[in-house]
Ligand binder design. Structure first.
Ligand code: GLV
Ligand code: GLV
Length: 334
């Protein structure tokens, strides 16, 4: 028996790599995203692949993989990099890494919220420049966080975890999410429209997944509905915000500040955002803790192993494939 083959598009934390032992693993050793040409070549004949959000999984890639590929296990909770319909049509399973990164991502959204409200990154840069300075009553004033209103757009696992943290700050929580059933009982006050939430919030934190319906959900008009003292936080996906409109809004004082973990054309970061001290910028670190990245690796590998044994992967994102006669089976003799 030959071991099943797995392509891992970027070295994962050591714990996750160890969990792949016994499989025939090919890992891209580079420190950048795997170049497309290498990816198309390396995927040929593989039984499974572990992808990152830097890889576009589309018809071209699936064609290059061939008939043996049974699962694409994304090392992320979001999977907008994957054409899930194309996978489903071919009977290929797709999995993600939900739950294990919920708290780390919620913590990161809060880190950005606090840093933007209290000008932490700006203050840090100020001191590093070695200026003469003295404490002053009006120096670098920010916005209160406590007792203010937090508006959460997208009230899934991460949005709710961000909301839970607000109770320690005695904040009022508003949320907007058309995907939550109308009879659901969840903490905070539901807003029927996004406009209502934007006008009533001091902090707006985005926790929707990226889809055609959420692309540029926050645009110039929506930014103008926010308060001039408001802070926008995006730890979801860059294209949910019209980045040029946000840069303009920050430059012209339409809103107070923004805390961003994600960008519209990652890894590119808009030059105007980089130049604006009110933008707090992090390089997509939402799930970037030692324990969380280990846990994500474990989930991805568990999904791969299940699929290769003909079992139901625990976090399948296209469950329609499971009961379908076209679902690909692991190759015989493996
Ligand atoms: C990261 O952005 C993820 O979706 O896990
Ligand atoms: C500030 O440091 C204060 O003591 O008020």
């Amino acid at each position: 028996m030959t071991a099943a083959s797995v392509l891992v598009t970027r070295r994962l934390p050591a714990r996750a790599m160890e969990q792949l032992s016994g499989l025939d693993v090919e890992v891209w050793p580079g420190e950048t995203a795997m170049p497309r040409a290498d990816l198309l070549r390396a995927v040929a004949g593989k039984d499974a692949m572990i992808t990152l959000l830097t890889e576009r999984v589309d018809d071209e890639l699936l064609d290059a993989a061939g008939e043996g590929l049974v699962i694409v296990a994304n090392y992320a909770v979001g999977y907008d990099n994957i054409d899930v319909d194309a996978c489903t049509r071919r009977g290929i399973m797709v999995s993600n890494t939900p739950d294990v990164l919920t708290d780390a991502t919620a913590d990161m959204a809060w880190a950005l919220l606090m840093a933007a409200a209290r000008r932490v990154a700006e203050g840090d840069r100020f001191l590093r420049a070695g200026p003469e300075w003295v404490w002053g009553p009006e120096m670098m004033l920010g916005q209160d966080v406590h007792h203010r209103t937090l508006g959460i757009v997208g009230y899934g696992r991460i949005g709710q975890a961000v909301a839970a943290r607000a109770s320690g700050f005695a904040m009022e929580v508003l949320w907007f999410d058309p995907l939550v059933p109308s009879d659901a009982v969840l903490p905070g006050r539901r807003c029927e429209t996004l406009d209502e939430l934007l006008g009533a919030s001091d902090f707006v934190s985005l926790h929707v997944s990226l889809s055609a319906g959420t692309h540029h959900l926050i645009n110039a008009e929506r930014l103008r509905q926010m308060r001039p003292t408001a802070v926008l936080v995006n730890a979801a996906r860059g294209p949910v915000v019209d980045e040029a409109a946000l840069a303009e809004a920050l430059d012209t004082g339409v809103i107070f500040a923004a805390g961003l973990d994600v960008y519209e054309r990652e890894p590119e970061v808009d030059a105007r955002l980089r130049a604006n001290p009110r933008a707090v910028l992090a390089p997509h670190l939402g799930s970037a803790t030692v324990d969380t990245r280990d846990a994500m690796g474990k989930v991805a590998v568990t999904n791969v192993r299940a699929a290769l044994q003909g079992e139901h992967p625990p976090t399948l994102v296209n469950p329609a494939v499971w009961g379908s006669p076209s679902r690909r089976r692991p190759r015989a003799g493996r």
